[in-house]
Design a protein around this ligand. Sequence first.
Ligand SMILES: [Zn+2]
Ligand SMILES: [Zn+2]
Length: 222
Amino acid sequence: MNCIVCRKPMQASWSPATFFQRDWVCPECENQLTPLGTGCPACGQPNDTGGVCSDCIRWSALGLDLSVRSLFAYDEQGINWLHRFKFGGDVALVEQVRSTLRSLRERGTTYVPIPLSEKRLRSRRFNQAEYLARMIGPTQNLLLKEEVLSQREFGKERRRHRSNPFTVQKQVKCGKIVLVDDVYTTGTTLHQAVFALHQAGYKEVSAICLFRALNKSKTRPI
Ligand SMILES: [Zn+2]
Ligand SMILES: [Zn+2]
């Protein structure tokens, strides 16, 4: 058999539990991403002390407290992984994180992906956050995202640009909401989304992000 991610042939031990398994991931691919260790209790950004990070201190000062569960470090491997998944459409990669995502599923929780704008969705053909959210549990597309303006248009419509790009497109009865996104950089996107949900009456909102940026200087914009 071959690894579904890297396609290299691999050996796997046969057992009753693995007999019907179709999608094999080799140990090398399985361990490619770096799980987050000690870090900020609110967002998972790694640090040695386990203290609250500067991003979360800033959000808290604005009266915005959000608990974000981040899973892997957005290091070199993380950046490459997300690039292949998001822009290359290499969805076989999610086999590497399937069991981790599935283990996060909680009863009575609705998973809401951070949407792409319509234009972005057309060009990319799929929303990577929705793909991840579906692997965790039941999803609802509650949010709509307005187009982010280009630099040229930005001058004309500066005021509009500053407003929240997210709106709630429908009201559904659901218990706890967990927003799902691919990477947490400074938290602006998630906080804007939470703000829109709160305004629409959804009170219990937290978030899951596949990656947490280590610090701004080490990551490139994606
Ligand atoms: Zn592999
Ligand atoms: Zn933090």
